[in-house]
Design a protein. Structure first.
Length: 308
């Protein structure tokens, strides 16, 4: 499902706006902690086109700066929040509906993600495509995003998502009334191997194979598990892919410039997951690339390619 290239249509650069004084409602982006809300404002420009504002802090408790740059995965989280915000605020999806992330891709100019003397105020030019409805309610869509900082392009992103009512979601999931206990939390790889300085932020556990890891699902993590969920969150799966790529490239921690991730099925909290990495030939531009898969009980949960 490689669809990132479709996000490169030429668009007019947005006018530079003054940063907002507050964030959007945390409920619109499915966050409990106000501190984890990145979006600050939005407006409709047309039936299927929108502009949103976001602010990336100069430091974050989990998506911290590295090599003087904002973490590209924090930008990916902002894009994920864009899809939720537009769905609720502009397409009328009721709060309480469940969202199914099918794919998320990102290409970023690392120079434009440099940490400066103030937070990074971003503008998102958003266009929605392949819009599907179930009756009058949005059932899914493909969201393209062009990202700007002070009028300069930062990169492009896309996400593919479905949304369903709580009842439909429960029928899809067919979970037992009482959830089994969580899978044991394996020992972490050395934090420095994955560019981390705290064990609690490491999401991989070593195995006998240097290109295979167990997924560490720490449900007490305040960012990856900001609120209660019944499955392994997509952002945790993406972080596992990034850390697997860092293990492959260690000791050189190449910052992620592009990623393409596809999600195929839910990962259950009570079953172990396996993360596998396959180094890829360098890209035409000399970038290092790694393909990563996440599996559970032999089923493909998610796969992605990261380059930097």
């Amino acid at each position: 499902m490689t669809i990132l290239a479709t996000a490169h249509a030429v668009v007019d650069r947005p006018a530079v706006r003054e940063p907002s004084e507050k964030t959007v409602s945390r409920h619109l982006v499915h966050r409990l902690a106000v501190s984890e809300v990145l979006l600050t404002d939005w407006r409709a420009d047309g039936p299927d086109t929108f502009t949103a504002q976001a602010q990336l802090p100069r430091a974050h408790s989990f998506y911290d700066t590295a090599d003087g740059r904002h973490d590209p995965l924090l930008l990916a989280e902002a894009v994920r929040q864009v899809g939720l915000l537009i769905s609720h605020a502009e397409f009328g999806v009721p709060l309480g509906y469940q969202f199914i992330l099918r794919g998320l891709g990102l290409e970023a100019d690392l120079g434009e993600l440099a940490v400066r003397d103030r937070p990074a105020d971003l503008s998102f030019q958003i266009s929605c495509h392949d819009i599907r409805r179930r009756g009058r309610i949005l059932a899914g869509m493909h969201v393209h995003v062009h990202v700007y900082r002070d009028g300069s392009p930062v990169g492009t992103a896309h996400l593919l998502m479905d949304c369903v009512s709580r009842g439909v979601y429960q029928r899809l999931r067919q979970l037992p009334e009482i959830q089994p206990p969580a899978a044991p939390l394996g020992a972490p790889v050395a934090p420095a191997t994955v560019g981390r300085d705290r064990e609690r932020d490491v999401v991989l556990s070593p195995t006998a194979d240097p290109l295979v890891w167990g997924l560490r699902v720490d449900q007490s993590h305040p960012v990856l598990f900001d609120h209660e969920v019944d499955h392994v969150p997509g952002m945790l799966l993406m972080e596992s892919m990034r850390q697997a790529a860092q293990c492959v490239l260690a000791p050189n921690h190449t910052p992620v410039r592009s990623l393409q991730t596809d999600f195929h099925r839910y990962a259950e909290l009570f079953r172990p997951c396996v993360v596998r990495a396959v180094p890829q030939p360098p890209t035409a531009g000399g970038q290092h690339a790694v393909k990563v898969t996440v599996e559970q009980d032999g089923d493909l949960i998610a796969d992605g390619t990261l380059a930097g």
